[in-house]
Design a protein around this ligand. Structure first.
Ligand SMILES: C[S@@+](CC[C@H](N)C(=O)[O-])C[C@H]1O[C@@H](n2cnc3c(N)ncnc32)[C@H](O)[C@@H]1O
Length: 366
């Protein structure tokens, strides 16, 4: 039995997890969900694939239920404890002491206490994971709990490197590498040709290349394509990859002129309008969304010319955080009329940008 612990957008991460299992054909039986984590049975292949999840933090192998399971913990000189389901540092210390008592039967052992009650992957890696162990406690509402040991973390250092170490950067406009990975999983397409028609400096295309997919990107801005090419050259060298990407200067409303390929999937964050200086009112948001839709409509017509039948699109539409605090989210009935069926919609909010991403997962019916 395993548990997966989700990051800061659990709803999106859970959707990604379900798509991911389909994408890689993993045999998984979900046993329990609580929002922040998910408990499931799976064959051990999950341990090999886990790091390709964008929105998950940890993979935990469950040792058992209640205090009894403490007897089964394996020795480690240095260990920490993570608590999920309740923010209770007293309990956290108590569990830590109990584990220490168990481990000491076999040799000296130290409980390291990270800055926060929750041991984050970055701290764990710095301490020497997997040599250093992390024991996880999942507390249920009814007072029962499960104990497990962390067997995998998504490497925050690799993800950060993909972002800040590449030669060309554009902090405000670029999508976080974690989100790019999540969006690729949401396609449910394991192999084939993937296109980002608003690729900018190439964050999503980088992910296509890393995953060994047929990687294509385009952007109407010549300078962006030049920079994307430089980033891909860096990525191939840094990660010793043999495959590459085809990058073209192209208006997303004219994709057929630029590509002869028929794509299996399109993953993209398009132009989302000018940066907002303050949160708009409802009327203003409706106006902004309508204006942008006048641009997105011909983009989707153009996408339908290069996408295979039953091909997938994972696309960021803008939603707007209003002055009142609520979110304005437009319904786009025209997508269905163009042959695109919406199979999922997920919000992702980035406070820094005042921008709410309304991530749509679509299937092209043709
Ligand atoms: C939000 S950015 C995409 C950023 C990208 N995801 C990244 O991480 O670098 C939007 C991009 O759309 C491009 N763009 C705007 N209008 C376009 C059009 N009609 N066709 C193609 N690209 C366009 C801009 O040049 C910009 O690079």
């Amino acid at each position: 039995m395993y548990a997966v612990v989700f990051g800061k957008n659990p709803r999106l991460s859970e959707a990604e997890f379900y798509s991911f299992i389909k994408r890689f054909g993993l045999k998984v039986r979900v046993l329990e969900t609580n929002g922040d984590w998910l408990l499931f049975d799976s064959d051990a292949r999950i341990e090999r694939y886990f790091h390709w999840l964008g929105g998950a933090l940890k993979l935990v192998k469950v040792l058992g239920e209640g205090e009894e399971a403490l007897r089964g913990v394996e020795y480690s000189r240095l260990f920490t404890v993570s608590l999920y389901g309740k923010d209770d540092w007293r309990l956290w210390r108590r569990f830590g002491s109990e584990i220490k008592r168990e481990l000491k039967k076999e040799g000296p052992s130290k409980f390291f206490k990270p800055a926060r009650v929750y041991a984050m992957p970055a701290e764990l890696i710095l301490k020497g994971f997997p040599g250093v162990k992390d024991f996880d406690f999942f507390l249920r509402e009814d007072g029962t709990f499960l104990i497990g040991e962390t067997v995998g973390v998504t490497d925050p250092f690799e993800l950060k490197k993909l972002d800040v170490e590449r030669p060309r950067q554009r902090p405000i406009l670029s999508i976080p590498p974690r989100l790019a990975r999540t969006m690729v999983n949401l396609t449910e397409v394991k192999k084939g040709n993937f296109l980002d028609p608003f690729c900018g400096i190439g964050t999503i295309v980088q992910e296509f290349v890393l995953q060994g997919l047929g990687a294509y990107g385009s952007d109407s801005d010549e300078a962006a394509i030049k920079n994307a090419k430089e980033n891909i050259r860096w990525l191939r060298k840094e990660f010793r990859l043999k495959n590459s990407a085809r990058l073209e200067v192209c208006d997303a409303r004219r994709l057929k002129r630029c590509f002869r390929t028929r794509f299996d999937a399109i993953v993209s964050e398009p132009y989302l309008g000018r940066p907002l200086k303050r949160n708009p009112g409802r009327g203003e948001a409706i106006k902004l969304a309508n204006e942008l839709d006048r641009f997105y409509y011909p983009v989707f017509e153009s996408i339908s010319n290069v996408l295979k039948r039953n091909g997938r699109v994972v696309f960021v539409f803008p939603a707007f955080k209003l002055g009142s605090g609520s979110v304005y989210r437009k319904d786009r009935g025209w997508l269905r009329r163009l042959g695109f069926e919406i199979t999922g919609k997920y919000l992702d909010f980035e406070p820094r940008h005042r921008l709410v991403r309304d991530i749509h997962v679509l299937r092209y019916r043709g």
